[in-house]
Structures are given as C-alpha cells and as structure tokens.
Design a binder for this molecule. Structure first.
Ligand code: ADP
Length: 354
C-alpha cells in the first residue's frame, strides 16, 4: 500500500508531440484512481511514466515519499496489468503467476502460498494446471490480474485491462475489480477511455484531454458539477445535450424561442452554451418546446428519444411507457434546476450566485 504523487510532470515525444502537460496529482493510499479521456489524451503515457517505462520530460514522481523518477521499473514495487494479458502461452496458469516471483528468487514455499492465495481470491484455483489457450477471455484476464496480485505490489496499474472482453463480461469483470479493490485495499490506478468504467470503478477520476487535466473529482461530482463543457459532454451516456443560447434581460433565447425560466442573474448578457442531460428533459404535452423525433431506442426499461431541436440533436431519457414515433413531434419541458451554462470557451458559469 502506498500513496503516489506526480509533481509537475510533462512528456513531449520527438521534440514537439505534447503527450502530457503540468500533471500534478496526488493519489491517496488505498485509493482507486481512474484516468479517463479520449484516445491520445495522455493516459497511457501517465501510467508508463509511473511504471518507469517512459521518462518524464519534466517533473518528478513519488511513491510514498520516495522519489522514483530515476529508479528502474523493477525496483518501483508496482505491478501493471495490460489489455492484451501478456501471458506466456507455453506455461501453465500456475507458472505464469509464479514466474516473476521465481525471477525475484523468492523461496518456493512462499511462491506457492502467494500463487494459491491469489488464485483463491480470483476464483481460478481449479485452472492452475491449464495453459492460457485452454481458458476463456475472462479467465485469462483473471490470470493476468493474478500475476500482479502475487507480487503484493505497493501500487497496481491497469491499462485498459477489460477492452478485449465482450460487453457482458466487461461489466462482470468491472464488478470483480471493484470487489478486488475492497479486498486488497491497495492503491490502484486505472486507465480507460470508457466513461462508464471510470464512473463505476473510480473513487476519484482524472479527466484528460490533449495532455491536460480537465477536472479531478469523485464520479458524482464530475457528473453533477462538470467544470467545463468537455467534461460535461464526456461523462454520461447518452451525452449531455447542448444548445447555443443568448442571454438577454435574464432570459434564455434559443433562436426565436425563449426558454421558460426564472431570470438568470450574476453573469453578463451574451452568448453561452446551455447544457442539459437527457434525463432532465421530460415529456410535456402542450409545451412550447418541441422537436421532430429522429430515432427512438427502446431498451425495455427506458426509451431514449432522439429529436431535432434548434438545429441540434437532443436526447431525452424517458420511461418505457413514453411513446414517440420517428417523424412525429415530441413536446418536452426542461428541468432548469439541473441545467448548466458554459461560456463560449466551455468554462462553467456560476449563475444566480450573489
Ligand atoms: P492515450 O493512452 O490517452 O490514448 P497516449 O498516452 O498513448 O494516449 O498518447 C498521448 C500522445 O502521445 C498521443 O498524441 C500519441 O500519439 C503520442 N505518443 C504516445 N507514445 C508515443 C511515442 N512513443 N512516440 C511519439 N508519440 C507518442
């Protein structure tokens, strides 16, 4: 168990490819921290710098109070789990898990204890004599986890470990990873591009874009109080709906329509981006707000209705009984208390505050 601190870390590849900038993050002991963002935002680079596989261009990395910036990967007391498992195909599960401990010259009885203990935790005790090709994808991923667990590392690093699994198995393994974290109480840092994985696994989430931190927060705070329109749009599925609006006399205008609302105070008049999540749009017969239905996704427990409103596609998350037909009109109201306002640079505006 350990804390991790990135201090002013940046990484530039080949002189001008900025992969990571001004990365200052402290991970608490036993915390599950998730790094999330679109492809190319610098997630893997961050993890590889912590693992010692990549040198930072500037800054330092600490594990507890030990500066590990110049320490070799094998001496950092961390274990990394990758998406492609990286298992040795000719070795049994047992030997795959024992391999790194043998390299460290750990006594045989201690190796045996650690391997069996990890296998027990992961529910793979019955497969120890099998080869990787005799296992399902989920079982292979458990072996990859097992190889990390046997080492009792100070910090676990995960680089998109579930992306090779099918959707159902991914959800199951996500659940198991959460339980594993509770059991081991270890510090874990997890990289994913999948916001649902980030939301369900993270104690805290770091949202990255183009190498820069956008926000660090708990999942619910990210969801309810995004600092900018990027985070607002990235977290949540379907994504938050956005509208270009003009604020005049405290009233929101969308093209020719005025959105009914209590007057907005505390910010200057002008153009803004208005954001509202799909679950905060409600069917409302006779409402002045309406749009043509483009697609209806019937999921059984809910209907997601996609409509055209003010030139934008709008998603409304509705109950399973709400009827809508493609090409018909959908009349709706907006829960303004749950809406967000961003300036044209995407920065969140604090409204109605004195
Ligand atoms: P992510 O894991 O979020 O997809 P990465 O950390 O892999 O992003 O990459 C961040 C940026 O750095 C990307 O623009 C990527 O193309 C670039 N990059 C990553 N590794 C290298 C490398 N070895 N050489 C040059 N550019 C790289």
């Amino acid at each position: 168990m350990a804390s991790v601190r990135f201090q002013g870390v940046s990484k530039t590849y080949q002189k001008d490819i900025l992969a990571l900038a001004k990365f200052d993050v402290e991970v608490q002991d036993s915390e599950f921290l998730v790094l999330v963002g679109p492809s190319g935002c610098g997630k893997s680079t961050t993890l590889r710098i912590l693992a010692g596989l990549e040198e930072p261009t500037t800054g330092e990395v600490f594990i507890d109070d030990r500066n590990v910036t110049d320490i070799k990967p094998q001496d950092r007391d961390i274990a990394m789990v990758f998406q492609n498992y990286a298992l040795y195909p000719h070795m049994t599960v047992y030997n795959n898990m024992a391999f790194s401990l043998r390299m460290k010259k750990m006594p045989g009885d201690k190796i045996d204890h650690n391997v069996k203990e990890a296998a027990e935790i992961l529910g793979i005790s019955d497969y120890l004599q099998r080869k990787p090709k005799e296992l399902s994808g989920g079982q292979r991923q458990r072996v990859a986890l097992g190889r990390a667990i046997v080492r009792h590392p100070a910090v676990f690093l995960f680089d998109e470990p579930l992306s090779n699994l099918d959707a159902k198995l991914r959800v199951q393994m996500r659940n198991e990873l959460s339980q594993l974290h509770t059991k081991l109480k270890s510090t874990m840092i997890y990289v994913t591009h999948d916001q649902a994985e980030a939301m369900t696994l993270g104690d805290r989430i770091v949202v990255l874009k183009d190498g820069y931190i956008q926000q660090i927060d708990t999942p619910l705070d990210l969801y309810d109080n995004p600092d900018n329109s990027f985070v607002a749009g990235f977290i949540g599925s379907p994504s938050m709906n956005f509208l270009n609006i003009v604020l005049k006399d405290g009233i929101i205008h969308v093209g020719d329509i005025t959105l009914e609302n209590a007057p907005i105070t505390g910010i200057p008049e002008g153009e803004y981006l208005f954001g509202i999540r799909p679950e905060d749009i409600h069917p409302s017969e006779g409402s002045r707000l309406s749009g043509e239905v483009e697609v209806v996704e019937t999921l059984g427990n809910e209907n997601i209705i996609y409509l055209k409103f003010s030139g934008r596609q709008f998603a409304a998350r509705c109950g399973p009984k709400v009827k809508a037909v493609t090409g018909g009109m959908f009349e709706f109201s907006i829960d303004f208390d749950r809406s967000h306002l961003f300036n044209l640079d995407g920065i969140k505006m604090r409204v109605n505050e004195t």
